[in-house]
Design a protein around this ligand. Sequence first.
Ligand code: PLP
Length: 288
Amino acid sequence: MWVYLNDRFVPKEEAVVSVFDHGFLYGDGVFETMRAYQGRVLQLSEHLMRLGRSASSLQLPLPASPSHLAELVRASLTRNSLQEATVRVTVSRGEGDIGLDPALCKRPTLVIIAQPFQPYPPSLYEEGVSVIVVHTRRNLAEAVPPHVKSLNFLNNILAKMEAKAAGAYEGLLLNHAGAVTEGTTSNIFLVQRGRLRTPSLDCGILEGITRSLVLRLARELSIPSEERVVTADDLFNADECFLTNTTQEILPVREIDGRVLADGRPGPMTRRLHTSFRSGLDRFLDRV
Ligand code: PLP
């Protein structure tokens, strides 16, 4: 496996970063996870735009222009002969003396890892997954902003550990006001009386690339959708519920906090959106 590190491809074993890197020392940096289908990344420019927005929120200069980064992502797939793949792009503040001041770091560290996509068990999609509402609350937007996909993922990790300890597939985090935000690595949608609902951005969430795509597909399919405050009660009373993210696409939720939704099977709207997502994928894939 070849990993792109700063300015060249190196074998995986040589892809090492300094112990003085502020990404390692302080979680100071940003990242993106993308998925490639038949050698082409889905929504590559959207992912790179979000990387740019995350970086600028941290006043972190990207080490390359979006078009150069796009070339490097494509080159990572080619170099590793990958068709079905995940690609992780990480940009950290870089190497510098110990201390919080970003000025201690002279140049950001860039890492691009392209790996074969590991398919999820089909049973997850056929049966749906169980989720719980965790006690860990989503970071305050005024503290560690959830719209920034940063290397500081402890909020999500704490929630993930809670979910795992409870035997749940995913943990849902509430915000400080008790409204539903998102999963540890996913956005959440519910369906009630034919309407699609998802927490609005001001609830304090990551603006998922898959979330935006699902909202777009809903518009194209004339499915009414709304972004608004969602409560845990809304979820319990939903006809359908599903999670979205780049690697898992659209994943049905079977039960929430031990309460089975509807008949316990993935619902028709969830299946319709996933079918439309898969059949329309080509439109959103990067050029070859
Ligand atoms: N929310 C969080 C906290 C995430 O970490 C992720 C992805 O990892 C998502 C939502 C889904 O985002 P996307 O659809 O861009 O993968």
